[in-house]
Structures are given as C-alpha cells and as structure tokens.
Write a protein that binds this ligand. Sequence first.
Ligand SMILES: Nc1ncnc2c1ncn2[C@@H]1O[C@H](COP(=O)(O)OP(=O)(O)OP(=O)(O)O)[C@@H](O)[C@H]1O
Length: 398
Amino acid sequence: MLGFALSIEKSIESFGAMDAVDIAIASVLVYAVLYLLWTTHNRTLLLAAAGLVGVYLAASAFELYLTELALRSAALGLLVLFGIAFQEDIRRAILLRWRWRGSGRAENWLTSGPIDELIDFIAKSAEQRVGVLVVIQGRDALDSVLKGGINLSAPVNVMLLQSIFDPRTPGHDGAVIVQDGRIVRMSAHLPLSNNLRELRSRGTRHSAGLGLSEIADALVVIVSEERGAICVAYGGALHPVTTPIELKQRIDAFLKEKYPAPNRPRFAGPLVGRLGLKVAAVAIAAIAWALYASHADTIERSFAVPLEFRNVPTNLVVNDDAPDSVRVMHTGSEPAFALLTPKTLEVRVNLQGFEAGTSNIALTSKNCIYPSDLKVIHVDPSEFQVQLSSSERAMTRD
Ligand SMILES: Nc1ncnc2c1ncn2[C@@H]1O[C@H](COP(=O)(O)OP(=O)(O)OP(=O)(O)O)[C@@H](O)[C@H]1O
C-alpha cells in the first residue's frame, strides 16, 4: 500500500502534458470498450469481468502478489472464456453495428404518416386477433440476420399491411421490415430467442421478435393471434403495450433515439450522454496510468545486440573474426522496457569509403537503433578492429 501511495505521489510530481494526452487517448479506448460491452446483453458477465479487473488492480496496488500472479496466469484462459461468452455480441458489433447501413432518412419518419398508419394497423389487428410481426429497423444493418422473404419498397399503409398479414395468404408467415418509413421486406424469418424466462408461455412469433431484438437495435412490434395482445421487443426484452397511445409513445421514443434531430451529429450515439461510463473510463485510464505508465523508476538493462555492417565497398568483405553482436546497456522507464521488442534493437556500422586492411571502429549510441523512450548509456566493446579483404582473396581462401 505504501508503494502504491508513493507511486501516486511520484506520478503527480512527474505529471506532464504528454501524460495528459496519454490518459486522454487511453480513456477514449477504455470508453469504446465499455460502451460496446454496456450495450451488449451479457451484463452479468460484463460485471464479472469488471470485478476481476478491479481485483487485479487492487491486488497490484496492495501488493498482493499471489492474487496478482493467479490472475495473470489465468488471464489468457479468461480472455478466451469471455471471447466465447461474448461471441454473439462481437459478431453483432462486426456484422451489424459498425456496418454502414445506408442513408437513415429521418425525414420519412418525421412526416409521422408511416407511424400513424402502422399504429392504426396494429390496433385493428389486435382487435381482430390477427398475428403480426413488424420490425422497425434501427441503426443496425439486418441483412445478415434475416432469412428468406421478399424485398419490397412500399409505403407503410394499413391496407397493404392487412393484405400481407392476412392469415389466408401464404405471405403472412414471417415478419415485415420497415426501414426509413417504408416497407422494405415481407415474410422475413428472424433468429429465434432461447430466453424462456422472458418468453414465458409465448410461442415462436414472440420468440422471433425477441430473438432479433437481442442481437440488433431494432424495435419489433408483435400482435398475438391467440390473445390479440400487443407487445414490443427491444433490447432483448418483451414489453406488453396496452393502448395505441402507449405504442405511439414507444415508437416515437425509439425513432427519436435512432433518428436524432438533424443538428445532432450522425455518430453521436456513443458520444452523447452516458456520463457514468465516461467518468468510469477516465478513472480506469488514470488509475492504470498511476499504476503502470507513470512508474518513475528508471531501470538499466543490457542486451546482446546484433552488429550489422552496411555499405561494405564492392569487392571487399568483412572478415569472419568481426564480432556478431555487442552488449548495449539501455536506460529508461519500466513501461518503456515492457513495450520493447529486443529483436528490433540493432547496432549499425557504416563501412562506406573504407579500404582493404584493418580499421578501427568506434561504437557510440549513434550506431544504435533503439526506441525513442530509451537511452543508450554504454556499448561494449566501444571499439574494435575490422578487417576488410578483397572478396576474390576471401573466396580463394575458402
Ligand atoms: N423465425 C421466424 N421469424 C418470423 N416469424 C416467425 C418465425 N417463426 C415463426 N414465425 C411466425 O410465428 C407464427 C407462429 O406463431 P405462434 O403461434 O407459434 O407464436 P405465438 O408467439 O404464440 O403467437 P400467437 O400468440 O400469435 O399465437 C408463424 O405462423 C410465423 O408467421
């Protein structure tokens, strides 16, 4: 704990502009991860993951070596486990969320014509106990998760919808997809949910609506054929709706979120609101910086670095007795060494203009290739002799 307090104190003392930039960039990355995880439906696992990260940070702060070691050793396994658990969300992120979905024309919805027609149709279907499944697309592209169906481009209209869902027609099976205020597909099959707790005794129509809402940000309106009850599926949950006014409010709120007012930036979704997540992201980045990046301890480490001769004059070769490598002592912060790939270190000797015979070579930090956050303090040997002989002679000797 004392070490942690000292580390924090040192961090504050040595805090500079580049550290602020470092924390700012890390905060944005942490926020992106938190946002992605927060909008998934695996909250319990997310909280478990956050708990483990918290325990790990606390273990390093309080110098609980055994706990830290156990978590470090289990890290790869846990990562694979979380990868498996979140595979649906990762798939969603790649296939749906970050795919360009087209124009997203808000003006088609803003006329409110399509909404009124849709609500009128839903109310009539509920009254007549006609089974209905209508998907109002959000920002996620749905092509990769819908199966079958017929593409259309038609206005949202009561008569047309009644014809589509007429149980006497073969086309009534499946869902109608509404995008940007127009019907774009009918008789589409949606992925089914296996959340029996949410479905209770409801059947496959509800399971299809719920299933889509689990993997995409669409709002699905369902009318039960058996009971005439209206339900909306959104974010992996089913919400019963009792009146057409309530349905209108739900659809309005959904459209407002997905098609924000024109002055709101297009990709504002993740940027606007969620203050708690933002504060958490900055806090995580700052704590991580205090624990690791700011580590003021300067260390020295020596590496055997390969020696490379460059621009050897034509017809000359370097004799075999020249050293293959030299030892180079570097100094820098602990994180700088943690980020170092020793294979990238090199010592270069430029032999341009050298003649046959023995020459003295002096090695300094100028001959060394190393990351900018490290310094070279010593090269051993700092001087050696190199013998250059004509390549013909060398070949005869061989
Ligand atoms: N994967 C699917 N995608 C879209 N629609 C589906 C899918 N599977 C079934 N359906 C629709 O669900 C209808 C059958 O619904 P079922 O009676 O099992 O569901 P339910 O949820 O109990 O609804 P209801 O209360 O209307 O009976 C099918 O006729 C078909 O139109």
